[in-house]
Structure formats: structure tokens, C-alpha cells
Design a protein around this ligand. Structure first.
Ligand code: COA
Length: 332
């Protein structure tokens, strides 16, 4: 390609979820809860839990390999790897570097970007911008999470909501205008960081016997506040991106929402006046897999034939930070 690319397209997608299924009934062994409570409040029936020796980079590498296979590209075509995760194997090196090594990618720029459940949309925009400036040829972007490693299995208000898994996409520049990643609308509000966070393990509260005793290395959440904020910011991001691009919600073939809670998605559906049957849903099987949620759903939607050539798809997410994002994609 001699001049700058006119667009960036999704060349392939892949996903991976561990085999081990944990049902709502299984959770009653750890906390006082019930399938009825969890399902009616969230829409979740079960989630996948990684084995003790399976890491975020292991899962990410499998999803990445599958995305590469579906793209038809080779390992040596990739020169940019970006991962999104809040459960990296370790603080450093980055999960992207670990995935690079597991795949045998020898010549790439690799980094992690952390935007919690909005992470995949964040890395998608960053990778797309880097490809559009013409300096990189193909990007591998991966959202991967082992949330089971930071859940407090004694806290019923959080441990029932999340699961493990990974999703990935290969992005490539294209000379065809108006296809692929049409637009993004990302946002953040750090002043609301305390509604969903993990206090320990960083420079504020490094690991110590005290921090372990105080249960600082677990995810903490004020669920009701998160619920309200999620609905507000997802609705706003979706409306803004549609308006900015002169797109009527009738023109959307598929919506891939962050899979956190069915009631949140139902509210978004009614506020955007987009029927529920256009939303791709898998949270019943996987719960909330944070940065992996959108790419797993995207991969499943492609493989199920829910997204066809020429279709316009909206992706919309929110997460800790607070962060949020929407992306509009037209399949080539
Ligand atoms: N099983 C049974 N009871 C539970 C429970 C569980 N797993 N978790 C909480 N409860 C209880 C509470 O202790 C409370 O009891 P009380 O009235 O005796 O105090 C009652 O259920 C209601 O709790 P509340 O927190 O008000 O419930 P809710 O209807 O708001 O639902 C969430 C809780 C977490 C499901 C909901 O707020 C939510 O989904 N929020 C968004 C979370 C999210 O998506 N986070 C990820 C963001 S990326």
C-alpha cells in the first residue's frame, strides 16, 4: 500500500473459554445464594472457570491463534500486539509480550492497555489509529481475563457475576473507504473509580500479610451504582456515535453489548429503541468476562452468521474507571 490506508477492517476473530463450567447452583457451595436470585437479577446461568495453572496469557494466546487462523494471515504478518486485561499474569512484563512469545511472533510492538470491561474497544481504537498512520501492517488485539483469580469467593454480591475467557481480533488496513471500523466514541470519568476497583497489589497497597488479611486483593463493587452508571453511559455513547455518523438504529443489523447484566442490556435496548433480537447475547453461559466479553461475543456472532457482508454492527461497553465506549463497524 503506497499511501495511507483509507480504512481498517476486522480480518479475523477468535475466542476461547475454559471447559470447566460453574453453574449458579455450584456457587451455593461457597455463598448463600440461589440460581433463581442470580438468574432473575442478571440473566447469568453459568460461567467458565480457568484451571489453577491456566493464565490470562494462556487463554489469550489460544484466542489469538484462532483469530489469526480465521484471518488467513501468518504469524510473520503481525507487527503490533495489544492486550486488554485487568487480570494480567503478573504486573510486568505485559500480557501482550507473553502472548507474543507463546505465538512465536518475532517482530512486533507489544503492549497492554487497561480500561477494564471497556478494554477491548479501547485497544481496537488504539490499534486502528496506529494502522491508519501507515507504520504498522497488521494488529492482533486480545481481551483476556482470569477474573476468578481476583474474586472474593465469600462475597456473594460480586463472585456470582464474573467468569474467565479470552477473545481476539486481527485488524488490517484496507484501501476500500467506508468499511471496517467506521468510528469510535470512547470516554472515561476517573472521579467514579471507587464504585468498582481492586484496592491491593499496586503501589498504594502493595501485597503484605496485612493486605491479605484485609482482603485487599479482591474486586470490590457497589453494584447498584454501577448498574445506573452503566445504563447512562452506554446509552449516551451509543446515541452519540449513531448521531455523529448519521446512522438510524434501524440500520443496525447487530449490537454487541458488554455482557454484564441482561437487565442493563434490556434497558439499553428500550432506550435506543433497538429490539432485543438484534442484540447478541451469551452472558447466560459466560457471565461477565470483562475485557474478553465483547471479543468473545463478536467472534461467536461472526461464526453464527449473525454478521454478514455489508452489515452495520454497534459495539458498546462500560467498565471500571469509569470507562465506556462504542464502536461502529461495517463488514466488508
Ligand atoms: N444471592 C442472593 N442474594 C444476594 C446476592 C446473591 N448473589 N447478592 C446480593 N444479594 C442480596 C443483598 O445482600 C441484598 O439483601 P438485603 O436486601 O437483605 O440487604 C439484596 O440481595 C438486594 O441487593 P442489591 O444489591 O440491592 O441487588 P440488586 O437488585 O441491585 O442486584 C446486582 C445486584 C449486583 C446484580 C446489580 O446491582 C448489578 O448487576 N449491578 C451492576 C454490576 C455490574 O454489571 N458490574 C460489572 C460492571 S463492568
Amino acid at each position: 500500500m503506497s499511501s495511507l490506508p483509507r480504512s481498517v477492517v476486522i480480518k479475523g476473530t477468535g475466542s476461547y473459554t475454559p471447559d470447566n463450567i460453574q453453574t449458579n447452583n455450584d456457587l451455593t457451595k461457597y455463598v448463600e445464594t440461589s440460581d433463581e436470585w442470580i438468574f432473575t437479577r442478571t440473566g447469568i446461568r453459568e460461567r467458565r472457570i480457568a484451571s489453577a495453572d491456566e493464565t490470562a496469557s494462556d487463554m489469550g494466546a489460544i484466542a489469538a491463534r484462532r483469530a489469526l487462523e480465521s484471518s488467513g494471515l501468518k504469524i510473520e504478518d503481525i507487527d503490533l500486539v495489544i492486550a486488554a486485561t485487568i487480570t494480567p499474569d503478573m504486573p510486568f512484563p505485559s500480557t501482550a509480550c507473553l502472548i507474543q512469545t507463546k505465538l512465536g511472533i518475532s517482530n512486533a510492538v507489544c503492549m497492554d492497555i487497561e480500561a477494564a470491561c471497556s478494554g477491548f474497544l479501547y485497544i481496537m481504537e488504539v490499534a486502528a489509529s496506529m494502522l491508519k498512520c501507515g507504520r504498522y501492517r497488521h494488529a492482533l488485539i486480545v481481551g483476556t481475563e482470569k477474573l476468578s483469580s481476583i474474586l472474593d469467593w465469600e462475597d456473594r454480591t460480586t463472585c456470582v457475576l464474573f467468569g474467565d475467557g479470552a477473545g481476539a481480533a486481527v485488524l488490517a488496513p484496507s484501501d476500500t473507504p467506508d468499511v471496517g471500523l467506521i468510528d469510535f466514541k470512547l470516554g472515561a470519568d476517573g472521579s467514579k473509580g471507587d464504585v468498582l476497583y481492586m484496592p491491593g497489589g499496586g503501589s498504594a497497597i502493595p501485597a503484605s500479610s496485612q493486605s491479605l488479611d484485609d482482603r485487599m486483593h479482591f474486586l470490590k463493587m457497589r453494584g447498584r451504582e454501577v448498574f445506573k452508571l452503566a445504563v447512562t453511559v452506554m446509552e449516551q455513547a451509543a446515541k452519540e456515535i449513531l448521531e455523529q455518523n448519521g446512522v438510524n438504529s434501524d440500520q443496525l443489523s447487530c449490537v454487541i453489548p458488554h455482557q454484564a447484566n441482561l437487565r442493563i442490556i434490556e434497558l439499553i435496548s428500550s432506550r435506543l429503541e433497538i429490539p432485543m433480537d438484534r442484540f447478541y447475547l451469551n452472558l447466560e453461559k459466560y457471565g461477565n468476562t470483562s475485557a474478553a466479553s465483547i471479543p468473545i461475543a463478536l467472534d461467536e456472532a461472526y461464526r453464527a452468521g449473525r454478521i454478514q457482508s455489508g452489515d452495520l454492527t454497534l459495539m458498546v461497553a462500560f467498565g471500571a474507571g469509569l470507562t465506556w465506549g462504542a464502536a461502529l463497524v461495517r463488514s466488508p
